[in-house]
Ligand binder design. Sequence first.
Ligand SMILES: [Zn+2]
Length: 281
Amino acid sequence: MSFRSLLAAGLCLAALSGCANRQAIHTGSVKTAYAYGMEGEQPLAASAPAKEDTVAWMRTVHPNALAGRMLAVGSLHDIRLREREVVLTFDDGPMPGKTEKVLDTLDAFGVKATFLMVGQMAETYPSIARSVVARGHSIGSHTYRHRNLASMSFDSALSEIQRGEKAVQKATATDAAFFRFPYLSDTRRLRSALTARGEVIMDVDVDSKDYFKDGPAKVAERTMAALNRRGRGIILMHDIHKRTATMLPAMLNELKAQGYKVVALRYKRSRMPEQMIASAE
Ligand SMILES: [Zn+2]
């Protein structure tokens, strides 16, 4: 990717990224794991295979050591994580060149994530959106245009949500029952309305802040430090950023080294047809 396109992606993220304003913590050992090989013992240059073989190599090194339980959920309250359990979430995609790389890494580590897609993005890149489903991840929506819903009227906000959900459902041919508020900007009334419609609202416990223009190692280090303060939680990342795709192997390796397990989410009931229709109109 050229510097210009990277810069464009960076500017794009200012409008697209979820932006919880939380304190960054700068401790942890991810930098070490990032600088060294996947096992964190041998220097990467001495043991790493050619780039194209990296995924196959990681698969042999990490035979599902990170995969935790599958959690069937019908609402946010069902996501009750135990100590050292995390849920991986990726917002704002799908994005060519980045989402596929994230998917390859998740496959290599044998773990599943939840992708909260922007309707416009799913509409533009439906084949990538379908690929996310085909590879066993759970799907949600994130409005149609990534609007700040708290600044809109209730009716306009609901319309924006429904349009986004419809676009994601059409692109993925699945019930995108998970939802995350852009910028984590919600209202009590919207939360109640979505819950009544059977949506699983995805809040955030650990913000990777991967929309900041930091290097991949710093993002991984910051995320692990924030996670270690809590010991468990839902992690927010974005599959539209190169730095996120780049840092993910190191972060997953560090999760594994520290004994964390990645919990997969499954929507536990089919919504009634009228709820699906209501959400699609
Ligand atoms: Zn977002």
